[in-house]
Write a protein that binds this ligand. Structure first.
Ligand code: SF4
Ligand code: SF4
Length: 151
């Protein structure tokens, strides 16, 4: 299982980690405001949505047993599953980073991990809807299984 921390922008950040570029306007509470047009949500407005959850890639379920295991994720309060625009399956867990302060700012901003530095605000969950299919409940999953002829 590939394990990526946090949300969509951070997932992309990991994918791009091998091509690190410094000095650009990545996820940044201070730098993003004003760089983009007014339609884009800024980190100032958002207060750290991407720092309040973890997302992990999981293997696409194929068999009935796989789907039963998908239910296990959904039995956990607040967890959701989704298929992203690239067809990948992910589980999202609602857990806040301990370094996010009360004002929705990173308290270790200058020392934040590369995964955070490389996340791009223009590709984050506030600015791109990357959830093609969302499963919030077991019923959502079963409906999908019926549609696919698995149930
Ligand atoms: S979700 Fe987007 S807008 Fe919100 S803090 Fe993260 S990068 Fe900034
Ligand atoms: S280290 Fe800072 S930027 Fe990274 S997830 Fe935590 S609060 Fe957010």
């Amino acid at each position: 299982m590939r394990v990526y921390a946090s949300s969509s922008a951070k997932i992309r950040a990991i994918a791009e980690a091998s091509a690190r570029i410094s000095g650009k306007a990545y996820k940044c509470f201070h730098a993003c405001a004003g760089l983009f047009n007014t339609k884009m949500t800024t980190c100032e407005e958002c207060k750290g949505e991407c720092c309040r959850k973890l997302a992990f890639h999981i293997q696409e379920p194929k068999s009935m047993i796989d789907f039963e295991d998908m239910k296990w994720y959904l039995y956990h309060e607040g967890c959701i599953l989704y298929i992203d625009n690239e067809g990948d399956w992910l589980v999202q867990v609602p857990v806040k980073c301990a370094k996010l302060d009360r004002n929705g700012r990173c308290s270790i901003y200058d020392r934040r991990p590369p995964i955070c530095r490389l996340s791009k605000v223009e590709e984050c969950e506030k600015n791109i809807d990357e959830m093609k299919v969302v499963f919030r409940t077991v019923k959502d999953l079963e409906n999908y299984m019926r549609k696919k002829g698995i149930l």
